[in-house]
Ligand binder design. Structure first.
Ligand code: SF4
Length: 332
């Protein structure tokens, strides 16, 4: 059954924090909060495009959903209930901060068929959280995760890499903690320097340097492997490319690429192929799960080109019996 997501963006509504990297209005390219009629027409127009049989989820994301007044949350959630009752939508997903989760909030969300709660953990290193002015602690993430799991929601924990004071080791530790905290899904966002943020000021006076693209790819590949080995669904790698990011209008610096996930997957396969012990031969035939042939060949065929330094013929063959990142090869 095909899964569809209907994203409803709630920009920085009721957010009383100012994380140094964030300016939601600039990242989203959208300023006004959506009205009820806009939300309904968005849902209806998405539904028209879905092919049966399907499974659809509404995702309220972007802001701190559970920090909005309960009246407003109820207004948004009630809009979706008729679609759930008619089996047009199966569930709701929200995103929020770890310090806006209590048993009362979770009772309320349960009542309205919310299934998944994603928390912006960003880092599970206290120093990094403090430098980023997140306004919550690692303990807040741990406690919120525990409660969310106890109430039977699906937990998502998002992380960022390259925040001030972050390091590869700290990012790896964050990924391991995300696994330990019982997350079912994650998103990995490299930190970008966006116009009109505190990070932009730090960058301009030389007090912050973002990751280089190659570092971001390398770090993310390692995190990807940790999540993949622990069956955590990686919903997104890299920020959604809004027009303002693509044009560079609001992006000052940082590892942004429209095909960032592709670059990461390509790098993971490059590293796998580095363990092949090459023999003096003409042809290498690599067997791989069909859905990974693209990333295995590599971004702009780079992995294939690398292998062509050793073999005249480099052949990739799909084999559905192989698991996601498994491969076999024959040299002849
Ligand atoms: S990242 Fe989230 S919590 Fe932080 S300022 Fe932006 S909207 Fe608020």
């Amino acid at each position: 059954m095909k899964h569809y997501n209907i994203p409803i963006f709630i920009p920085q509504q009721a957010c009383f924090h100012s994380c140094i990297y964030c300016n939601q209005h600039h990242i989203s390219g959208q300023i006004a909060q959506p009205t009820s009629s806009e939300i309904i027409s968005k849902i209806d127009s998405h539904l028209k495009t879905f092919k049966e049989p399907y499974n659809a989820e509404i995702a309220f994301f972007g802001g701190t959903f559970t920090a909005i007044s309960q009246q407003k949350q109820e207004e948004y959630l009630k809009l979706v209930q008729p679609y759930i009752n008619q089996n047009k939508i199966s569930s709701i997903r929200i995103s929020t901060r770890p310090d806006y989760i209590t048993p009362e909030i979770l009772e309320f969300l349960k009542k309205y068929n919310v299934k998944t709660i994603e928390l912006g953990a960003q880092s599970l290193c206290e120093e990094v959280l403090q430098k980023s002015q997140r306004g919550h602690s690692v303990k807040d993430v741990k406690n919120a995760s525990k409660l969310i799991n106890e109430f039977g929601f699906d937990l998502g924990l998002q992380m960022m890499i390259g925040l001030p004071d972050d390091s590869l080791e700290r990012s790896i530790e964050t990924a391991k903690q995300i696994v330990n905290f019982g997350a079912k899904s994650t998103r990995i966002y490299p930190t970008l320097v966006i116009e009109n943020t505190q990070l932009a000021k730090l960058y301009r006076c030389g007090e912050y340097l973002p990751l280089e693209m190659s570092e971001a790819i390398n770090w993310t590949s390692k995190l990807y492997n940790i999540f993949q080995q622990n069956n955590i669904i990686i919903l997104r790698v890299g920020l959604h490319p809004s027009e303002a990011l693509i044009s560079g209008e609001e992006l000052i610096a940082g590892p942004f690429h429209v095909s960032f996930r592709e670059l990461v997957l390509s790098n993971i396969w490059k590293e796998k192929f580095e363990s092949i012990s090459h023999k003096n031969a003409n042809t290498i035939t690599i067997y791989i799960n069909p859905k990974f042939i693209g990333p295995a060949v590599g971004y702009k065929s780079q992995n294939k080109i690398n292998l062509q330094k050793f073999y005249r013929n480099v052949i990739f063959i799909g084999d559905s019996n192989l698991k996601d990142f498994q491969y076999n090869y024959v040299i002849s």
